[in-house]
Design a protein around this ligand. Structure first.
Ligand SMILES: Cc1ncc(COP(=O)(O)O)c(C=O)c1O
Length: 379
């Protein structure tokens, strides 16, 4: 249940943004729709499906909007709790890009498989395959399975080569599993590429590696129907490779400071749809003020700090839990308690996860309220 009451929600809807109580997590709906349309165009150009990762916003209405705008591309989830939230709200084509481990989770996955039209999951070891096969057999279902291959992130995934083929064969031979393809998530490129051409080259290199895996598995007589790749930064580069069938970006409707810094040639402040509006609560001296947004408002799990949305003369310098220190030493403006300052969020996925509600605004008026429904659903 949301901690927002109906009255509180009603008093927020249709209000001018300038009247919102702060700190307020805001999404510029026009910018969000533009961003989605841009990735739809990228997917169309490359003839790939755009399946949006909803781990970023955890809201079923936004998931349905993405599904509709991508012409039924479906969604990805990272937890079974997210899958449950989406399934209960009518989303019926879901890929869980995560390993299902543990008896209760395997049961939940099997039940959910029967509730939605399509639910696929991820394996990367003999153990995850065998446990899933046993559960699927007990529930008398056939589970759709994607084999995750490690493209260089060295997080999860089987190594390309003979180990990947061995696991594909194991899935193929399992009576209650259907081998649908591979997940080749190439986000290591984000740490290695600094320029557009480096993104292009390194994503292509990763996709060549993925093509090798597909060739090896198909040489063993197992068709690889799906090759799922890509986050927000890499999808438009990797998606160009003919081996790819599907891109899975999550942050793309919103962007954030991380994406802004990573790819300045294609992400501008105007493309950053998710911001937090804060209020100045204290102006202790001429060089510094404090706003009501600290580390419980902006997630600071990455090196980036919030960046002012519409100005460059002030800097978010430091945070404690409820306080944001703003360096105003380069500004000619004199600030007062009660002034409002808007900041682009440093990391959008983890920042949204701190809030109950995403406030959607168009032309500076609140038009939508999206509860962060799967917030806290880490299981
Ligand atoms: C497997 C997988 N696919 C897609 C995504 C979405 O990537 P991004 O958040 O960069 O859009 C993630 C994010 O963590 C992921 O783990």
């Amino acid at each position: 249940m949301s901690s927002w009451t109906t009255d509180e929600m009603a008093s927020t809807l249709y209000q001018p943004v300038e009247d919102l109580e702060t700190p307020a997590l805001l999404v510029d709906i026009d910018a969000m729709e533009r961003n989605i349309e841009e990735y739809v165009a990228v997917a169309d150009e490359n003839g790939v499906t755009l399946r949006s990762h909803i781990k970023t916003h955890k809201n079923a209405e936004l998931a349905a909007l993405e599904d509709e705008m991508t012409d039924g591309g479906g969604i990805c989830c990272q937890t079974l709790g997210e899958v449950e939230t989406m399934a209960r709200n009518g989303i019926d084509d879901i890929y869980l890009s995560y390993q299902v481990v543990g008896e209760q989770k395997l049961d939940r996955f099997c039940w959910l498989s029967q509730k939605v039209e399509r639910l696929a999951t991820t394996v990367d070891s003999a153990a995850t395959i065998d446990l899933l096969q046993d559960a699927a057999q007990d529930h008398e279902i056939t589970a759709d399975v994607i084999l995750e291959v490690d493209m260089g992130l060295h997080r999860t995934g089987v190594a390309p080569g003979s180990d990947a083929v061995t696991l594909a064969e194991r899935i193929d031979e399992a009576a209650n599993l259907s081998f649908d393809g591979i997940l080749a998530y190439e986000s290591h490129v984000k740490a290695e590429a600094d320029t557009e051409s480096e993104f292009d080259d390194l994503c292509w290199e990763a996709m060549e590696l993925a093509e090798g895996v597909v060739d090896d598995i198909e040489a063993a007589g197992i068709p690889v129907d799906e090759v799922k790749v890509g986050g927000t930064a890499t999808s438009r580069y990797s998606g160009k490779h003919p081996v790819v069938t599907e891109i899975n970006p999550g942050m793309y409707p919103f962007n954030d400071v991380g994406e802004l810094e990573l790819r300045p040639w294609e992400v501008s402040k105007d493309d950053c749809a998710a911001t937090v509006v804060t209020t100045v609560i204290s102006v202790p001296d001429d060089d510094r003020l404090v706003v009501d947004g600290g580390s419980k408002t902006f997630s600071l799990d990455k090196p980036q700090l919030p960046v002012p949305k519409n100005r460059d003369d002030i800097k978010y310098a430091n945070a404690s839990e409820e306080h944001g220190w703003i360096d105003t030493s380069n500004s000619d403006e004199s600030f007062a308690v009660g002034d409002r300052l808007e900041f682009i969020v440093p990391h959008v996925c983890t920042t949204i996860n701190l809030h109950d509600l995403i406030i959607g605004a168009r032309d500076d008026q609140v038009e939508e309220l999206w509860e962060v429904q799967a917030r806290g659903k880490v299981r």
